[in-house]
Design a protein around this ligand. Sequence first.
Ligand code: 5GP
Length: 193
Amino acid sequence: MSSKSSGKLVIVAGPSGTGKTTIVRHLLSVFPRLAFSISACSRPKRVNERDGEDYYFLSQEEFKNKIKENQFLEWEEVYPGSFYGTLRTEVERLWKAGRHIVFDIDVKGALNLKTHFPKESITIFIQPPSVDVLMQRLRDRNTETPGILEQRIGKANLELSYAPQFDKMVYNIELDKAFKETDAIVSDFLGDK
Ligand code: 5GP
């Protein structure tokens, strides 16, 4: 894939429950040239989700075939049996449309993506106010079964250890402040809106 496009990549990551999805949605409302990278994933669709908007929902077999065909820029088995990845065609589609791209992906995927596009990317780690608050948020969210909740708590602890490898860090203690800080980082990086 050509890296000569003028499109830039804003890669937002952090443990589940830090508010990164809310921050990504906010960025999309503030920066009109920014478009959301729709990932492919193999987990079941939740009731409020739409195929081709939230994710491209694939069966595990379809996902694995695309891995074999080298169709992903990065992919991770984020939770056992649940695969998530960024399709090359998704980045091409959005760059062709003249857009900058924002990603809501896991920490390993974020760092991998940056290795493909070191100059065009910025990685932003969203930190929770504290580990206790994060655990409570995960419980309150309650979109998952108890077994999956435990998995997510374990994964969140691991993800926190990757924070120092990111370009920027934003603490989501008060959402308005986190929005402002992220806006400033992205505005500075994009150099335009
Ligand atoms: P959820 O199942 O809650 O939508 O997402 C689970 C995790 O997968 C989140 O941390 C989300 O950011 C991450 N994720 C979503 N898309 C991708 C992707 O394309 N690549 C990677 N590596 N992680 C992703």
